[in-house]
Write a protein that binds this ligand. Sequence first.
Ligand code: NAD
Length: 303
Amino acid sequence: MGEATGRPQPATVGFVGLGVMGLPMARNLVRAGYPVRAFDVRDEPVRELVADGAVAAGSCARAAEDRDVVLVSLPDSPQVESAVLGPDGVSEGARAGAVVVDLSTIGVSVTRRVAAALSERGVAYLDAPVSGGRRGALRGALSIMVGGPAEAFDRVRPVLGVLGATVTHVGGCGMGQVFKLCNQVVCALNIQAVCEAFALGRAAGADLTLLREALSGGAAGSWMLDNLAPQMIDGDASAGFTIQLQLKDLRLALEAAFEAGVPLPGAAQAMALYLEARAHGEDANGNQALFRVYDRLTGHTDG
Ligand code: NAD
């Protein structure tokens, strides 16, 4: 990708959505030498990225104009649909031949609708949700699960390689989102398992730091034990990946399961615990705040 000027030029990049994930991803692209033009409805992250060398855009359309690749990292389906297809959206700016890559976790049917609308304008669309959290985004070490046309995937592969250590083309349009929902089912059940083990250990007088270390070295080891359990133990609820976003992902997984007629008793139970957390005002806290549900279930009060 990029203009032919004797030696290969890096692809020009538009970036929409500079949140917990988007800002570090966009920053990694700037540092890797990609020309990035970025937009967010909030000014602050745009200013931060401009200080690193990006150019600010005043709208999604402007971020997409004349770009080879337009990356989108937004909370949920409605934001992606309006940022891409709405007034002043990406589709108004994107040129024929560009590739729009959605890094957000959103619904499969919305994904296919957006892809079809862009395709009418000669713009390719890839659903490319990510796993690995803020740390993975900061380190350029995400796992990226990409659905959509193989030819478009091949063209944006170098750009995605800056963001992720594992970049996998997993099938046609929407399959990236399917993989990500499967990923979220594993994550939700795994963090619930860690909370339960910690609740049991704590009630029996265990040192949770020792418990975490011992479990990490054996068959119970997991990303959750490595990355979120230390914050559980410290009572640090800062996000990260919020309770609200995981509730959205569980809703998407359970909707997909309903449509497919597949019972997911574990995910349904995990969702009940996340709803309990939300009812106690934990929406904006990190996923490790699920342990606070077990504080309440067990009458634990001393933090
Ligand atoms: P976030 O809420 O921190 O960031 C979203 C950004 O989008 C915000 O900066 C917001 O101002 C901006 N925004 C909202 N509407 C917009 C619009 N119409 N136009 C332009 N900007 C707009 O969310 P996040 O944690 O960065 O997550 C982004 C996506 O990545 C979500 O789909 C989430 O499920 C997924 N994800 C998050 C994590 C994580 O650890 N946070 C991990 C994996 C995947």
